[in-house]
Ligand binder design. Sequence first.
Ligand code: FO1
Length: 318
Amino acid sequence: MRIVVLAGGIGGARFLTGVRAYARTTGAEVTAVVNVGDDVWMHGLRITPDLDSVMYTLGGGIDPERGWGRAGETWTVKEELAKYGAEPSWFGLGDRDIATHLVRTRMLNAGYPLSAVVAALCDRWQPGVALLPATDDRLETHVVTELDGAEQAIHFQEWWVRHRAQVPAKRFVFVGADAAKPAAGVLDALSGADVVLLAPSNPVVSIAPVLAVAPLREALVAGSAPVVGVSPIIGGSPVRGMADRCLAALDVACTAEGVGRLLGARTAGGVLDAWLVDPVDAATDVPGVRVGAAPLWMTDEDATAAMVRAALELGGLS
Ligand code: FO1
């Protein structure tokens, strides 16, 4: 069985440990197509937060509390940058993490596509699944906010980290999406998939920027593989992060049903065939989408693998 997972960062990474655990018991092949909308230039280095969260988590290098960056991290360079008054000081680059960004930036500057950079970094980390960026082209999430009474667009990282999403987002813009092409390997993975899973990632700033790569979305919708989404919202609150603030910007209810309807039925212009929710949300109704319930708290790898099994069964596989 070939499983393709569309994923964002921290929630996506945790979900992928369950997909990998499931795959190890069945011999399934797993390809993760990861969001690049969070990617940003900082201090001359190219940072790819969601790809790194997935790579470090599956590779065993993640700081489990933060869900981003390295375990056992030190912050000497960050402190030195601050002494120079080098902005932005609100975005923390750890010493170990910087090595990853230096290797990536050097490869990008040498002309390698991001997918080749990811392959090179994964050669060290051995995540146990194939990791692909959604696109090798520029695609960045910018947030249109209202600061000092004027409407302005800021990079997603500034909204998310500097402002802690406290500044109301009026809308999200995926800069570059209209020209972005699927990264090398993505269309092959989708056409060869037996099932496509949407990880319980933030639907607005993690899943949407992946689906904003039009040829990727078209391949997903036109494909023969069932598409099963896993709700990132349990009982009206996000499992992690600030999906509630993102959904509010779109006037979408922060519920499993609201997100399921946002993604929509494949037969009605959306992408879903099935939608897995937590039992507390079992009454969820998404027109044209088969809704199933299973515990969605990713408390450990076995619980997450059970979730994955439930999603595959809901999609008609197992
Ligand atoms: N998140 C923070 O809240 N504060 C930070 O200083 C920060 C630095 C950072 C550096 C590298 C990296 O890969 C991720 C980092 N993140 C930080 C997390 C990041 O903003 C989010 O994980 C994603 O962009 C949201 O999915």
